[in-house]
Write a protein that binds this ligand. Sequence first.
Ligand code: GLU
Length: 488
Amino acid sequence: MPEEVLVPSKSAVRVRFAPSPTGFPHLGNIRTALFNWLFARHHGGIFILRIEDTDVARMVEGATESILHSLRWLGLDWDEGPIFQSQRLPIYREVADGLISRGLAYHCYCSPQRLEEMRKEQMKRKQPPGYDRHCRNLTQEQKKGFEAGGLGPVVRFKSPLEGRTSFHDLLRGEIVFENSTLDDFVLLKSDGYPTYHLANIADDHDMEISHVLRADEWLSSTPRHILLYQALNWQPPQFAHLPMILGPDKSKLSKRHGATSVTEYEQQGYLPEALFNFLALLGWSLDDKTEIMSRDTIIKNFSLDRISKTAAVFNRDKLEWMNGVYIRGLSVEEFSRRAMPFLEKGLSLDVVRPLDVNHVARIAPLIQERARTLAEVPELADFFFVERLDYDSSLLLNKIEQTVVVAALLASIDRVEEWDSWDATSLESVFRPMAEEMGLKTGVFFGLLRVAVTGRTAAPPLFQTMEVLGKERCVKRLKLALDKLAGL
Ligand code: GLU
């Protein structure tokens, strides 16, 4: 049988998202995850989740859970993983040992103090920072001496002293580095953990990664990786370094520009489908004009050709707008369902819990048009829930004399008390002619009623609001408005 037949068929595209759990995933990290996921889904490939947890000192508790949660929330499902590098330490050691035995890497016994002094000295002399290769050519005797002294060595890679290392970046083209700028970087630390460089390439090789799509902050690491691939006689994957994400002030997106972790957006009431669409457009576009696109459309059209070569600018107003579009696109039932936890959490404490699902479902259509985030829903809807409205009585006197307001409120109470059919259309048929009878502009009179029944000047359509509030509550609130005026 020909040999190829025995080789299991491999998917052409195998990509990975390889976060380090040193913090909670921010938009930039998740945009990288999204682009990898889209690339895999577009090509019918495999998306692997690999947790690069080898920097023990910088690990943040809960970060891994937050990464998994954020990916799940956005619907970025993985086909393999999560694979934890901390559980694969022997693999990296073996690779490092192999390089040592072939004379391509070496043990370095320099103490942190020595390295610190070296750094200071380099700074003083304005030399580029980097290891001075002190241990590169130690004799057996010297090594023995260090080992007898109990010093745990690190393993360093023997970077070539001259020449150039180049690679083709799928977005940026040919990238060339002078080897003289690359020092003998560490592969294995004295605690037995690999560095990012070693673990990253060992795993990309082992997991048969075809394409590495990662943030461009890693670009300067890539020549090191290429040198390692060459030293190991491994075929490197293809690389695409994704453009940065900048804040509106054109500096790197950070906390200063507002929420950065994905869970913060979830808590602030952004819909995962809106954030998905928004993030896809941070560096990629369909045609320079289409903004709202379904997940399927994005998958179908995603390609590296349409990834921008320049940095993407994060625009929060656009995200809010987009979220509003997605909120309005939900069915009323779905909107109520998603708004429910925000209402439970955000309404004032004197509103009785648990909330009545049917009541929420009646309110939802009135709020859905106006909410840009789910977290705004409690604020937009609280007057439907609270027993007693709390507002400044001067709002009742907008453009009208107090005596006129009192007369209008009294007449309104009289009229509704004798009115039985309580729906928006009949309410309008009662109140519209009343404005004229009292010589008030409709807008002014309706504005007064709006303040009386909702406690605010801007609210959903008045008569639909009154319908949902119900007769008893409306009458009570009209009377409360009178009491408030009496107290003025
Ligand atoms: N662990 C690195 C990170 O946190 C992975 C970078 C890469 O994709 O190579 O982003």
